[in-house]
Design a binder for this molecule. Structure first.
Ligand code: ATP
Length: 665
């Protein structure tokens, strides 16, 4: 080596050192400052090895390291340059380092590990860690296998309302000016939530869709779940009157089926009030009058065989039993012209299998099979009365061949089915039996916030919505104390204008007697002088229809303060001044509870519901509430002995009298 060459060397080595240090600095700069959680858990792999194996010596160091990296063990990130690196740096600083060695160092700093080098390293395969799949949410599970119509239900906020304008524009109500005027006259100025959503659906702007016959474009059926007292009756009465008012000839076009006679009478009243001046004829069939009397009220011509049927009424409100009697036994009673079939309190009616009423009604609506040309050759047409008009889908009943205007055209019944309940059934089998046409569901329910689709879920899981103005309480007591606690509620908690529900007619009679004796005993004392004596009456199926009507009228007039009844009137009955409901005997299920307490807190008014629970029933009743997600809504009230003490003497006197009566009889 020459002296000049030797003199050049330190210079070059200094340059190499500077290059090395610059690159080293850059690498440090590019290195992430903090490690991500993923980095921390990195399985040691080629990348890390690259960092750690910058030279052959490093490789040896790594091999010698007593700590072997394990799968999943965090990659160690040295705080300061490793021993190997320090050694490399030292070598670089050493001016004695040979060029060739220097080059090796530089190259090794830049070079990526060759595949050969990688394979020489202890490669640790990286597998994804096993993860638990997320459990499907309650809502997903509940909605599985559900009818798509229910999944796509329209959830309506119960606080929604719509003013009824009196000017030319209907304000989105779909109601005629005549109807809006009538409602205003009756003091109805706003539509309730269920009405705001249902009316535009049943009363579309297009007049063609309001026609009485829609054989080629039949309307969709409707299912409505809305709390008690939320105005479901008007939600169907208004559209029916509006659409049927266009009719020229009287035909049976709306059929309303209800579970009890009392409800039939109540709905008739609503139709008459709302439809006043619209010329529609309304009839009822409940079996309260003789069959022949009903027939004469419903059918104009029972002697001629009329294929199109004959009717004296446009709207028939009935119980299912009597409806079947007329379908089977009244000549010319026909459902072929029906534009509306309303099933109110649908879950109750669908549970009623009486004479397969639903199957028979659906069969009477459906069009009969088409006749062939051979059976009815043209030319053999018998004459038939001019007024015997047959519905488009029932043409095959006539002695003509039924020739469609277009070969593929299919005529369908124009009857729109409307189902209503505060406790709509979730039973898909029952719903399927109704043969619904593209049903549209409306669920009137405030969001409970726990699930995005809580409205449908609540229907599916039978978590029924209650009126927001209802206060619910329960008292757990000993069986022997129950009547006394009830009397205490009446006198200390002003439980009047009350409906009291018992489990049976027998229980009703006994409670009314005991209460009468109790009131008599109280009246005899000086203390009761200033207190008004309560009038309590039984309302049961043992009474004649006339007696029941009279009692209901007296109760409505507040001549009777407490009406004790079985579940006979727990559904649908609308008495505006009922401020309290007492379940003297616990309801057997949540449905019954919902309908009982729903006799108060109607149409936005406040109401109180009390349930008296015998100690041995407490667990069962609480479970019923818990399953409906409702236990926390019912406040538990404790009534102390000292509160009952003032009434105890009268109670004991009354008990003695009752015992005497029962012993005698
Ligand atoms: N838009 C309205 N404005 C004022 N009152 C109304 C309105 N709609 C209905 N009502 C009144 O609200 C009360 C309850 O209505 P309705 O009997 O139709 O309730 P519902 O939903 O059928 O209850 P249930 O499920 O118990 O049968 C009735 O007295 C009715 O006249």
């Amino acid at each position: 080596m020459t002296g000049a060459a030797t003199a050049e060397k330190p210079k070059e080595k200094t340059k190499a050192k500077q290059r090395y240090l610059r690159r080293k600095k850059e690498r440090r700069k590019n290195k992430p400052k903090t490690k991500t959680p993923e980095d921390k858990n990195l399985v040691v792999g080629p990348k890390e090895l690259e960092e750690e194996s910058n030279s052959e010596e490093d490789k040896t160091d790594a091999e010698e390291s007593p700590i072997e990296p394990e799968i999943g063990e965090s990659a160690k990130v040295p705080e300061r340059p490793s021993k190997k690196r320090r050694k490399v740096a030292k070598d670089v600083e050493d001016v004695e380092m040979e060029d060739a060695e220097m080059k090796t160092v530089e190259d090794s700093l830049d070079v990526q590990l060759s595949p050969q080098a990688e394979t020489n390293q202890p490669t640790l395969p990286s597998f994804p860690l096993p993860v638990h799949p997320d459990a499907p949410s309650k809502s997903v599970l509940a909605l599985q296998g559900l009818d798509q119509a229910l999944v796509g239900a329209e959830i309506v906020n119960p606080t929604q309302s719509l003013p009824i304008p009196l000017d030319e524009a209907d304000g989105g109500t779909g109601l005629s000016k005549k109807m809006r005027k009538r409602l205003t006259d009756l003091g109805i100025t706003d539509l309730f939530a269920v009405q705001t959503s249902l009316l535009p659906f049943l009363l579309p702007d297009n007049p063609l869709q309001r026609a009485l016959y829609l054989p080629y474009n039949p309307p969709r059926d409707v299912c409505v779940s809305a709390p008690t007292g939320s105005g479901k009756t008007l939600a169907y009465v208004l559209p029916i009157i509006e659409i049927l008012s266009s009719r020229i000839v009287t035909r049976l076009r709306a059929l309303i089926v209800l579970p009890t006679r009392d409800l039939v009478a109540q709905v008739r009243e609503t139709f008459e009030e709302i439809g006043k001046g619209r010329g529609l004829k309304i009839g009822t069939a409940t079996g309260q009058q003789s069959f022949s009397h009903e027939q004469s009220q419903l059918i104009a011509d029972r002697t001629t065989d009329l294929k199109g049927g004959s009717s004296k009424v446009d709207i028939l409100i009935c119980t299912p039993g009597r409806l079947i009697d007329h379908l089977n036994g009244t000549p010319n009673f026909s459902l072929q012209h029906l534009r509306f079939l309303v099933i109110d309190e649908a879950d109750r009616l669908l549970a009623q299998s009486f004479q397969d009423w639903l199957v028979q009604v659906l069969a009477a609506i459906r069009s009969p099979p088409t006749r062939s040309l051979d059976v009815n050759p043209i030319g053999q047409l018998p004459s038939f009365p001019v007024h015997d008009a047959v519905a488009p889908t029932f043409m095959s009943l006539l002695p003509y061949p039924d020739i469609p205007t277009f070969p593929t055209e299919r005529k369908e019944s124009s009857c729109q089915k409307l189902l209503f309940s505060a406790t709509l059934t979730r039973d898909p089998g029952k719903i399927a039996a109704l043969d619904l046409r593209d049903p549209k569901y409306f669920v009137i329910q405030g969001s409970k916030g726990h699930e995005a689709d809580s409205g449908i879920l609540d229907v599916v899981m039978e978590k029924f919505s209650m009126p927001s103005t209802l206060t619910e309480r329960m008292v757990v007591c000993e069986t022997s104390q129950k009547p006394l606690i009830f009397f205490h509620l009446v006198h200390a908690h002003q439980v009047t204008n009350a409906l009291v529900f018992t489990k049976s007619t027998e229980s009703t009679t006994r409670l009314v007697r005991l209460f009468d004796y109790f009131e008599e005993a109280r009246a005899k004392t000086a203390m009761a002088g200033s207190v008004k004596q309560m009038v309590v009456r039984a309302y049961s199926s043992d009474l004649s229809p006339g007696e029941r009507k009279s009692i209901l009228e007296k109760f409505k007039a507040q001549e009777i303060q407490i009406l004790v009844c079985s579940d006979l009137i727990s559904r649908g009955i609308d008495i505006s001044h009922v401020s309290h409901v007492v379940s003297y005997d616990v309801p057997i299920d949540m449905r019954k509870y919902v309908h009982r307490v729903g006799r108060t807190a109607r149409a936005g008014r406040a109401g109180d519901a009390w349930t008296l629970v015998e100690e041995q029933e407490a667990r069962y009743f609480k479970n019923v509430l818990r399953e409906a997600d409702h236990l926390d809504k019912v406040k538990k009230v404790k009534i102390h002995e000292k509160d009952l003490a003032p009434l105890t003497p009268f109670y004991e006197t009354a008990l003695g009298q009752l015992k005497e009566v029962y012993t005698r009889t």
